[in-house]
Design a protein around this ligand. Structure first.
Ligand code: 6MZ
Length: 356
């Protein structure tokens, strides 16, 4: 990287950013995964050496990613670990100046560990409460049970009070492997947890698995309850499914790698925002269609949101003004309420004169 590239890389780190597509278990630090694998290796549950080199590998195919998720889920089966990874993931995003994070995760049942979907989510919320390197603004600001966790301030090296603040909202994911009943349970749980910052439903999982008629009823149920939807759409070619998904009018879609001309017309005329990673960018980031840059799985893909911004800036030759506008435009597509949107507008406004 030459000096100019380095300056742009640092600038991408410094500007405020909004992350709308991050999977909890895909965002775990490698160091944490290795530590968890070591413990399970010592207990004889896994062979540490086999797992360590899989964790550290770079450049994975999509099927390899889904094999790896099965491993991650073995490493993160208990409530304490779920709380720990949540805390770390939020702290990592805040450290690179993400000011609003919509973190998605699949509520999991694990009878052997006494885990229900609800207790899994309680562990996630406990993890958010345990964050101590930044202030976390949780829950909807207009809700009666709103709380903003503001631990006592810390000092920087010059003794000035300096704390970052991050707004965090949660999306509950339905895994494509689930039954309709299990998917319905997730939607009902999301409604129950609205006061704890749950703002919508995601559909994700291995795109070669599952049939849309299994999960469409649960997605429609979410719609009827007023929960916004963000769907993994067209990660592989599947025209029938793309049409069924567009038929339920999702608020956002992710990936959109294999979309036919006619479906693009529908997506564009309905102005459905698309979440993209730099390496899978299917639309020009400055096209009129709403695009939001995201990491998806920053642990799995060994990336950061700042890095995705840098890659887009260098690939498309965008200047700071265009990149800042790209970052700011994501405000309009967050699932949080207007109070949060307004707060985010102020954050970007305050940062603009320094940034450009
Ligand atoms: C589809 C993905 C995904 O929910 O256990 N997930 N689903 N496409 C992707 N692109 C690579 N990346 C992650 O986080 C991990 C789960 O998120 C979904 C998968 O279902 C994976 O098991 P949670 O926190």
């Amino acid at each position: 990287m030459d000096g100019r590239d380095m300056e742009m890389w640092e600038w991408c780190h410094e500007i405020p950013k909004i992350e709308l597509h991050a999977h909890l278990n895909g965002s775990i630090r490698d160091s944490t995964l290795l530590e968890l694998a070591k413990v399970l290796g010592e207990k004889g549950v896994i062979v540490f050496e086999d797992v360590a080199h899989v964790i550290m590998k770079n450049g994975r195919s999509l099927p390899e990613c889904f094999k790896l998720f099965d491993l991650y889920h073995i490493l993160t089966t208990d409530h304490e670990t779920v709380a720990r990874i949540t805390k770390e993931v939020v702290e990592d995003f805040a450290a690179e100046n993400v000011v609003y994070l919509e973190l998605r995760t699949t509520p999991k049942k694990n009878e052997a560990k006494g885990m229900t979907k609800q207790s899994y989510m309680k562990a996630v919320i406990d993890g958010l409460r345990a964050v101590d390197t930044v202030d976390v603004a949780l829950a909807n600001s207009d809700s009666s049970t709103d709380y903003c966790l503001e631990p006592s301030p810390i000092n920087d090296t010059q003794g000035r009070i300096k704390r970052k603040k991050i707004y965090v909202r949660l999306l509950l994911s339905i895994d494509r492997r689930e039954t309709t009943a299990s998917a319905m349970e997730t939607v009902d749980l999301a409604m129950k947890l609205k006061d704890y910052g749950v703002v919508g439903i995601d559909l994700s999982g291995n795109p070669v698995v599952g049939e849309c008629q299994t999960f469409i009823p649960a997605l429609k149920h979410a719609k009827e309850l007023g929960l916004p939807l963000t769907l993994h759409c067209a990660e592989i070619p599947n025209r029938k499914e793309v049409q069924a998904m567009l038929g339920i009018h999702p608020e956002r879609i992710g990936h959109a790698c294999f979309i036919e001309e006619e479906e693009w017309r529908r997506i564009k005329s309905a102005k459905i925002p698309v979440n993209l990673l730099a390496s899978f960018i299917m639309l020009h980031p400055c096209s009129k269609h709403p695009v939001v840059l995201c990491t998806d799985d920053c642990g799995l893909f060994s990336t950061t949101l700042s890095n995705e911004y840098y890659l887009v800036a260098s690939t498309f030759g965008l200047d700071k003004g265009q990149m800042f506008q790209l970052a700011r435009s994501a405000i309009e597509f967050v699932f949080a309420d207007n109070g949060v949107k307004q707060a985010l507008r102020s954050i970007f406004e305050a940062a603009e004169s320094n940034a450009i």
